[in-house]
Design a protein around this ligand. Structure first.
Ligand code: NAD
Length: 301
C-alpha cells in the first residue's frame, strides 16, 4: 500500500499545535497524524518498516499501548510476529480498538485491558490476564505515563506529585515483580524514560523526577535479574508526536517542539524500533542500558 505524502521526517517540520483534555486521544489529533510504521529514507522520503520475524511467537504486555509510542510498539511487534496485551485507561477505548485492528492485520492476537495501573491489584490483574490470554509473558513494556506542565514548585500540588509517581514509577515495580514470577530465560523488560531526565526539565519537575527513577530502576533490576538470563533496558525518547503532547503541553512548548539538533519532532515509529531491538536477540549483549531516540540531543548515560 502506498504511504501517504508527508514532510514529517523533514528538518523544519512543525507539529500542528492544538490542545486536548487529559488523557489525550490519538483519534482526535489533527493531520498529520503520528506515524507508526514508516521510517525515513536517505533521499528525504520514507518507507515502510521492514520486519524480519525477530519476535516470532513472543508475548508482550504494553502499558499505554492504545496510542502514541505504545501503539507503534504494538504494531512493530506484531509485524515481527509478537502478540500483545495492551493496557490503557477506560476512556481510551476508541484508540485501543483502532490499535487492536491495526495490530491484528499482521496475523497475531491483540488483547485489550482497560485498567488503571496506579493500583497494585490492577497490576496483578494485568499479569493474570496476560497469562490467561497468551499463556505467558516474554516482554514487558512499561510505557504508561502522566505529565502536567508547571513553571514553579510552588504550583506543584502534593496531589499531582503523588499522581505522577503513582502512574510513572510504582507500576513499573508492581508489573516487573508480578511478570518476573512467570518470565523465563530470554525474557526482557523495557522501560520508557525520557530525555527530560538528562536535561533536567524544570517545567516538568515531578515527571522528570520519575523518569530519573526509571533509569535507576532499570540499572538495578538489570544487575539483579541477569543471573536469571532476563535483560532489562530503557528507552529515553526526545520530542515525539503523540497524544501526550496536545493534552499536557503549553502552546509555547509545542511551538518549540522541533528544537533538537535534527530540527524536527520524532515519530512513534522511530522510538518503536528501539523497543523491537531491545526485545529481540539483536540486543543479546545489552542490559541495564538506555537508548536515546531524541533527535540528536547528546546526553551522558
Ligand atoms: N511524546 C513524547 O514526546 C515523549 C517524550 C519522552 C518520553 N515519552 C514517554 O513515552 C511514553 C508513552 O507516551 P506517549 O508520548 O506515547 O503518550 P500517550 O498519551 O500516547 O501514551 C501514554 C499512555 O499512558 C497510559 N496511561 C496513563 N496513565 C495511566 C494509568 N493510570 N493507567 C493505565 N494507563 C495509563 C495511557 O493509556 C496513555 O495512552 C511515556 O512513558 C512518556 O513519558 C514521551
Amino acid at each position: 500500500m502506498a504511504a501517504p505524502a508527508t514532510d514529517q521526517f523533514q528538518p523544519g517540520h512543525r507539529i500542528p499545535v492544538h490542545h486536548q483534555d487529559k488523557p489525550g486521544f490519538q483519534y482526535k489529533m489533527p493531520n498529520p497524524k503520528p506515524i507508526d510504521d514508516q521510517l525515513p529514507t536517505d533521499d528525504g522520503g520514507f518507507q515502510p518498516y521492514k520486519p524480519a520475524g525477530k519476535l516470532k511467537g513472543r508475548r508482550a504486555i504494553i502499558t499505554g499501548g492504545d496510542s502514541g509510542i505504545g501503539r507503534a510498539v504494538a504494531i512493530l511487534y506484531a509485524m515481527e510476529g509478537a502478540s500483545s496485551l495492551l493496557v490503557y485507561l477506560p476512556e481510551e477505548e476508541q484508540d485501543a480498538q483502532a490499535t487492536k485492528r491495526d495490530v491484528e492485520k499482521h496475523g497475531v492476537k491483540c488483547h485489550l485491558l482497560a485498567i488503571d495501573v496506579r493500583k497494585k491489584e490492577n497490576c496483578r490483574k494485568v499479569v493474570d490476564t496476560a497469562i490467561k490470554e497468551m499463556g505467558g509473558v516474554d516482554i514487558l513494556v512499561n510505557n504508561a505515563a502522566f505529565q502536567h506542565m508547571l513553571q514553579d514548585i510552588s504550583q506543584l500540588t502534593e496531589e499531582q506529585w503523588e499522581r505522577t509517581f503513582d502512574t510513572n514509577i510504582h507500576p513499573f515495580y508492581y508489573l516487573s515483580k508480578y511478570c518476573l514470577e512467570h518470565m523465563k530465560r530470554g525474557a526482557t523488560i523495557i522501560n520508557c524514560s525520557s530525555v527530560n531526565h538528562y536535561i533536567g526539565r524544570g517545567d516538568l519537575l515531578d515527571y522528570t523526577s520519575t523518569k530519573g527513577a526509571i533509569v535507576a530502576f532499570t540499572r538495578a533490576l538489570s544487575n539483579q535479574q541477569l543471573k536469571k538470563g532476563i535483560r532489562v533496558n530503557c528507552v529515553c525518547p526526545g520530542p515525539i508526536w503523540t497524544p501526550l503532547i496536545p493534552s499536557t503541553m503549553e502552546t509555547k512548548a509545542m511551538e518549540e517542539f522541533h528544537m533538537v539538533p535534527m530540527g524536527r519532532p520524532g515519530q512513534p515509529s522511530e522510538v518503536a524500533t528501539c523497543f523491537v531491538f531491545l526485545a529481540s536477540p539483536d540486543s543479546s549483549y545489552i542490559s541495564g542500558q538506555c537508548l536515546h531516540p531524541n533527535g540528536g540531543v547528546v546526553v551522558n548515560g
